[in-house]
Ligand binder design. Structure first.
Ligand SMILES: *[C@@H]1O[C@H](CO)[C@@H](O)[C@H](O)[C@H]1NC(C)=O
Ligand SMILES: *[C@@H]1O[C@H](CO)[C@@H](O)[C@H](O)[C@H]1NC(C)=O
Ligand SMILES: *[C@@H]1O[C@H](CO)[C@@H](O)[C@H](O)[C@H]1NC(C)=O
Ligand SMILES: *[C@@H]1O[C@H](CO)[C@@H](O)[C@H](O)[C@H]1NC(C)=O
Length: 185
C-alpha cells in the first residue's frame, strides 16, 4: 500500500499538475504546505485565452488557433462553457492529495496569495477534538486568513479513512477548492 501510494504521487507529478504530499511512515509529525491562489476556469495560457467546449473537445476562442487545446492545460472545474473565478491550492483543481498514517500529527502551512480575499481550509470529516481552532470554519472556529497571511493547521486525526479538504471563503460568488486528505491505517 505504501509503495503504491508513493508511485501514485510520483506518476501524478510527472503527467499532470497535481502532485501530492506523502508523509514518511516512520515520522511522528509531518509538515507540508498549501499555496492558495486565484485562478480562472476555462482559460488557457497566452494567446489561447478563453476556451469553449464543442464536440467533447476544448478549443480556443482565438480564431487563429484551430487545434484542440489539451485538457491538461485548462482548469475545467465544473465543466461549464464559461469562465469563472476560482480558488486553487498549489495551482491545481483539485489540489494536491495529502497522505499521512494513523497516529501521525500533521502541520500544513497555508499561505493566502489572493489579493482581495480571505480564506480558511476545512478538513472535512476530521474530528478536531482538543483543537477546535484547526477546524477551519471562518468566523466560527478561527479568524479568516487574510491576503498575504500564513496560518499553520496542526492536528492529529483520530481514525484512518479517505477525507477531503476544502476552502471556506468570504466571497461566496467564487468557486471553492478541494483536495483529498487520506489517513492510512
Ligand atoms: C505545495 O506546493 C509547495 C511549494 O511548491 C510544496 O512545497 C508543497 O509540498 C506542496 N504541497 C503539497 C500538499 O503537495
Ligand atoms: C460552448 O460554446 C461554443 C461557442 O459559443 C458553442 O459552439 C458550443 O455549442 C457550446 N457548448 C456547450 C456544451 O454549451
Ligand atoms: C501562440 O503563442 C505560441 C507561443 O507563444 C506561438 O508559438 C504561436 O505561434 C502563437 N499562435 C498564434 C496563432 O498566434
Ligand atoms: C508554521 O510552522 C513551521 C514549522 O514549525 C514554522 O517554521 C513556522 O514559523 C510556522 N508559521 C506560522 C505562521 O505559524
Amino acid at each position: 500500500m505504501k509503495v503504491l501510494n508513493v508511485v501514485f504521487c510520483v506518476l501524478y507529478g510527472l503527467i499532470g499538475k497535481v502532485v501530492c504530499f506523502h508523509c514518511d511512515e516512520n515520522a511522528a509529525h509531518c509538515f507540508t504546505s498549501l499555496d492558495i491562489k486565484s485562478a480562472f476556469t476555462m482559460i488557457g495560457k497566452g494567446n489561447i485565452s478563453q476556451v469553449y467546449v464543442k464536440d467533447r473537445a476544448i478549443y480556443s476562442i482565438n480564431p487563429a488557433i484551430t487545434d484542440q487545446v489539451s485538457i491538461d492545460d485548462i482548469i475545467t472545474a465544473d465543466g461549464w462553457n464559461q469562465t469563472r473565478h476560482l480558488i486553487t491550492a498549489n495551482g491545481s483543481m483539485p489540489g494536491p492529495s495529502i497522505i499521512i498514517y494513523e497516529k501521525q500529527k500533521i502541520t500544513i502551512l497555508v499561505t493566502n496569495h489572493m489579493i482581495n480575499e480571505a480564506v480558511t481550509i476545512h478538513w472535512h470529516g476530521i474530528d478536531q477534538l482538543g483543537w477546535p481552532a484547526m477546524d477551519g470554519v471562518a468566523f466560527v472556529s478561527q479568524c479568516p486568513i487574510l491576503s498575504g497571511q500564513t496560518f499553520n493547521y496542526t492536528f492529529q486525526p483520530t481514525f484512518g479513512g479517505s477525507y477531503w479538504y476544502h476552502s471556506h471563503v468570504s466571497n461566496q460568488r467564487d468557486m471553492g477548492m478541494y483536495g483529498a486528505f487520506i489517513v492510512l491505517r
